[in-house]
Each structure stands twice: as C-alpha cells, then as structure tokens.
Design a protein around this ligand. Structure first.
Ligand SMILES: [Zn+2]
Length: 308
C-alpha cells in the first residue's frame, strides 16, 4: 500500500494539469484582451487599460465581475470592458465584487452601476469614502464569507482577517479550482508587496497559512499583470514574512538601530525572489515600523523610529 500512495498523488496532479492546459495562464499585456482561464472564469485587461487586474464569471443568469481594470483610472476606464461584455453576452453584470479598497484594483467598476449590485467587506466602505475612490459604494457587505449562486456557478467570497489592508477578500470558484488573491500573490519568484504599508503583518502570516491549506484550489490568480501561481506561493511568502519579522524583532530587542538592521537583514535564503534587491530596504524599514508599534523596549533603550 505504501508504494501506491505516491503514484496516486502524481496521477491526480497530472489530471489537474491536463484540465487547465486548454486555458491560458499568462498573457501579453500589450493588447487589450479577454482570456478564459478555466471552464467558468475569465480575465481581461492589457493595452490602454493597463494591467490585467480582475476576473469575470459569465453565467446564464448574469455576470459576476471581480475588480476593475485598474490603471489608468478614470470614471469610464471600464467602458471597453463593459462594451465587450454586452457584445458577448445577452445577460447583464449582476454583481461587482471589490477585492479591497486600493484604487488600482477597483477603478472602472462604476460603469456597471446601472445593472449591478456592488459587494465588499464591511470594512471597505469608510476607505472608499475617505480616499474618494473611483468606485461604487457596496450595498451588500459581509464579515466572514458570502456565497454568490448564479446560473449554476458558485462564487465564494472569504475574509480571513486583516492582511494587505483591513478589507482584502479572496474570491474562490471551487468547482473550477480558481482562487483570486490580489496583492498577496504573484508568480513564483516575485514578492507581492513593495513595502508593508496598510498591512497587519502578524495576521497576514496566519492568513497565508490558511490560503495555503484551502481545498479546491488548482490555480491562484494574482492581481495586476501576473501569470497564475499555485498554493506553494503562499507557503514561500509566509516563510519570507515570518523570517524577516523574526530577524528584525531580534535585532530590535538587542537594541540595534534601524540603520544597523538594514545592514544585517539581507534575506539571503530568499535570493530566488527576483525583485528582492528592489524591495528589501523598504521591506525592512516598514517591518521595523510595524514592530516598533508592537513592542515596548526596556528603558532606557527605546529609540525613536527616526533614529537613522
Ligand atoms: Zn492593494
């Protein structure tokens, strides 16, 4: 029996790869385009619309749009996408799901206000209003999870706690094995966040573990222009965040300054991230800032954050 188990796992993996091989998993962003990524799920964007940011799920009873075209951000930046949907389908957009409040993800979704109900996490609304986002204000919000059942397709929205913003939700289409996780994923070898602004680092480490263990996930779809990844991405990024947190915290407890910590935390074990050099300094600075507000040093020893 022991010999059979690995063979069974390999067999399942091959079936999964074959199932997705008929769909596109990476895109040429030079052209505006719509791409099918699984039986029920599509992505769009590129060209004048900037990066491919969101998804849509067309069904016989209507369309679910998840996020907008992003950049450049104007009130009608989703018009091309809306026109395309009207040409392709004889049903309207019924729901617009807003993954989180950041402008580059939700801009352009206002063009669907004539037919769609906007949905987001309950903490989304004050950010949209305060920042003046170009976005509909959700009339449906939820705390932990929400199911959208439309035309035989189930779209499940989950909130696992504060991560990248206090209102980021993930969108799961279980029957297709698709999980949309903007800004906490990228393709393998790329760190997703230039710095840790608007991030609860400890909760993010926990949530990355939850995302890595979710069932019915074959492909992970990042936001922006990225090809898809899989759940191993979450395990690797979780290890990176946890390692940096531990190193920076240890140095802070030992009384080192931010300047000294910059010289000590090099993250050599994560050199496979191609953008590590580009983001390392800001990652360390903002991790220090996060942990500065996490602890109280023994006095006298508390150095102000501007001690550089
Ligand atoms: Zn974001």
């Amino acid at each position: 029996m022991n010999n059979l188990k690995p063979l069974t796992i390999v067999g399942l993996l091959l079936i999964g790869q074959q199932a997705f091989s008929q769909y596109e998993t990476s895109w040429d962003n030079a052209e505006q385009s719509i791409n099918q990524i699984s039986e029920h799920v599509y992505r769009w964007g590129g060209g004048a619309m900037g990066g491919i940011s969101g998804l849509f799920v067309p069904t016989s009873e209507g369309i679910v749009v998840i996020d907008g075209p992003g950049n450049p951000c104007t009130p009608d930046s989703g018009q091309w996408f809306k026109d395309e949907l009207e040409q392709r389908y004889d049903v309207p957009v019924r729901y617009v799901v807003l993954s989180h409040d950041h402008q580059s993800h939700i801009c352009g979704t206002t063009v669907f206000a004539d037919t769609a109900v906007a949905i987001g996490h309950k903490k989304l609304r004050p950010h949209l209003i305060r920042e003046g986002r170009v976005s509909p204000i959700p009339t449906v919000s939820f705390e932990e999870s929400l199911d959208i059942d439309l035309g035989g397709v189930k779209v499940v929205l989950h909130y696992f706690g504060p991560t990248h913003s206090d209102n980021l939700i993930v969108t799961h289409i279980p029957q297709d094995g698709v999980l949309f996780v903007p800004d906490l994923s990228r393709p393998d070898g790329q760190l997703p966040n230039p710095d840790f602004r608007d991030m609860d680092v400890d909760s993010t480490i926990e949530v990355l573990g939850i995302l890595a263990r979710m069932d019915d996930v074959d492909i992970v779809v990042p936001g922006h222009n990225s090809p898809v990844a899989d759940q191993s991405y979450f395990r690797r990024y979780r290890a990176y965040l946890a390692s940096m947190r531990e190193q920076v915290l240890t140095h802070m407890v030992e009384g080192r300054s931010l300047e000294e910590i910059h010289g000590l935390v090099t993250m050599d074990d994560f050199g496979d991230y191609t953008n590590l050099e580009q983001v390392l300094e800001r990652n360390v600075t903002t991790m220090y800032d996060y942990l500065y507000r996490y602890r109280e040093p023994n006095s006298p020893g508390g150095l102000p954050i501007r001690a550089l």
